[in-house]
Ligand binder design. Structure first.
Ligand SMILES: Cc1ncc(COP(=O)(O)O)c(C=O)c1O
Length: 398
């Protein structure tokens, strides 16, 4: 007898971590693997700024160890509201902000409040996997819209338009994008807001990488359109180098009250899960209000690593990579023939080149097919070894 898990949980997939198993097997045999699969700066040589660490320590010592409010700590929400006003000239009040255990929890709660059986969510193709898997978990269908590789993976507005049906619930934008590093232009964002407005749809905007851009400005839908309802996800994991602390937030930017029922459903879920980490939230207030110099350093360093990685990738026969303008991912195309699938390619590179990437189809079987995702978070000397490994593996077809 074997306990039968639910069907919905059996369908859960997360390509970014699924390939760790074969990597671990090789490591257990004594091989050294360069892992470029996970978008976690703290797993490389970037460390949490000292004043943020100290703020967490102080919060614990000062006794902020009880449960907190389900909506999140009010001082942190004030700091988020101020940040939003500064960055996007937005007036998002404290009551429209909910602090969550990373954006990841916000995605689960929002889609739980939004998706019924048969509902559709328009997502970028390719996309960060939880938007698809959580939509499916709640009985809905993720519908990918095309992003165009030859235009640095920016969105195809005609394709978005053609994919809207009477079951579409919202339109997702992730800029800077995971897995492609695309930063959508003001015109792209204006076009998306126009389409959402015409169809009475809210935009969901994941802005976790908004501070990590290399020359191009991040444009939030909230700064472009003042009347289209927008649900913004943002968080501290990447820009404040606290991936393991698990703090993010969801904001409802809605002048006409269109989202009030959705927000109430979201808050009901928030109450049922108690609260996000209380001391970590206190530390995030200090992070927002304290020095931001680490961001400038982080961006400068990441740009150098991106430049090196993209140059190496594009010098290899059989590989081509659009230049990512943000985040810390590159999504190269596998042009070399002889591979049955991108997963087979990635496994081959793992075994022969000792580098772990993620297969592109894990981000969408159609739009990610015959691509792979690499992070460029490692220092240049490590990226050099990884690129050497890839180049060597390319020279040895399966
Ligand atoms: C686009 C995007 N959104 C959200 C997350 C997860 O954020 P958090 O750590 O706040 O849960 C990631 C992590 O890789 C991401 O790439």
């Amino acid at each position: 007898m074997n306990f039968r898990p639910s069907q919905r949980a059996s369908a859960m997939e997360y390509a970014i971590r699924d390939l760790v198993l074969p990597a671990r097997e090789l490591e257990q045999k004594g091989e050294s693997i360069i892992r470029l699969n996970i978008g976690d700066p703290c797993a490389f040589d970037f460390d949490t700024p000292e004043h943020i660490k100290r703020a967490l320590f102080d919060a614990v010592i000062e006794g902020h160890n009880s449960y907190g409010d389900s909506e999140g700590d009010v001082e942190l929400r004030e700091a988020i509201s101020e940040r939003e006003r500064r960055k996007n000239s937005n007036d998002i009040g404290v009551d429209d902000i909910v602090v969550t255990t990373g954006i990841t929890e916000g995605i689960q709660m929002l889609l739980g409040a939004m998706i019924d059986n048969g509902d559709e969510l328009l997502v970028p193709g390719p996309t960060y996997p939880p938007y698809s898997s959580v939509t499916r978990f709640f009985g809905g269908s993720p519908v990918p819209y095309r992003t165009i590789e030859a235009r640095e993976w920016r969105p195809d507005l005609d394709d978005i338009r053609s994919k809207i049906t009477d079951r579409t619930r919202a339109l997702l934008v992730v800029s800077p994008n995971n897995p492609t590093g695309a930063v959508y232009s003001r015109k792209d964002i204006e076009g998306i807001c126009d389409i959402a407005g015409e169809h009475g749809l809210p935009v969901i905007s994941d802005e976790i990488y908004d501070m990590l851009t290399y020359g191009k400005e991040h444009v939030s839908p909230t700064s472009v359109s003042k009347d289209v309802p927008v649900i913004v996800f943002n968080g501290f994991s990447k820009s404040y180098l606290v991936t393991g602390w698990r703090v993010g937030y969801t904001m409802f930017r809605d002048s006409g009250g269109f989202l009030s029922g959705l927000k109430e459903a979201f808050l009901r879920e928030a109450r049922a899960r108690l609260c996000a980490s209380n001391p970590a939230q206190r530390a995030m207030t200090a992070a927002l209000r304290g020095p931001q110099t680490h961001v400038t350093k982080l961006v400068r360093e990441l740009k150098a690593r991106r430049d090196y990685t993209v140059r190496r990738l594009n010098s290899m026969e059989g590989i081509s990579a659009a230049v990512p303008d943000g985040a810390f991912y590159v999504f190269p195309k596998i042009e070399a023939g002889g591979w049955k699938s991108d997963k087979e390619f990635v496994l081959h590179v793992l075994r022969k080149g000792h580098v772990l990437f993620v297969n592109g189809s894990g981000f969408n079987p159609e739009f990610g097919n015959m691509h792979f995702r690499s992070v460029f978070l490692a220092p240049v000397d490590v990226m050099e070894k990884a690129m050497d490994g890839l180049e060597e593996a390319l020279g040895k077809p399966a």
